[in-house]
Ligand binder design. Sequence first.
Ligand SMILES: [Zn+2]
Length: 158
Amino acid sequence: MDGVKRDADQEEAAEERPAEENANRKERVLHTRVPAVLERELKRFADNLRVPVSNLVRTILEDAVNVAGAASENVEQRLKRAAHTMELEREKLKKRVQADPLEGVFAFQEVTLAQQVACAKCKKELPRGDHAHMGLTDVPARSFDQRVFVCDGCLPNE
Ligand SMILES: [Zn+2]
């Protein structure tokens, strides 16, 4: 009995030492079972993002823990939602490296600018009060800088 107790004490002490050295770097390896379909999704996302699956899972878990308010969700739902968020991040990333800034635009609407923007094609600054053409897409813009504007000269005319 005493031997077991001592072992437990030693284990505890061993665990606490690295924590004292650097509390933030205290890491543990977790093993868990996930449904095959979720594993495939995670691998696909990881491939898309070009990061190791373990990094992706860690990011997702950190994200899930941060969303403390959503207590009604189970872990799988959280993982799915976090993965969805990552998918959106990926889309944003893709948008940034896309060759054609007008991809997905199905129409242009002439607008009078209330804020300075840059033409999506020639990058020319278009001042407030100027006329520009706002690209309409099926993807709802989540922030102002996701919107696409072009100047008169860059308006596609075919
Ligand atoms: Zn332009």
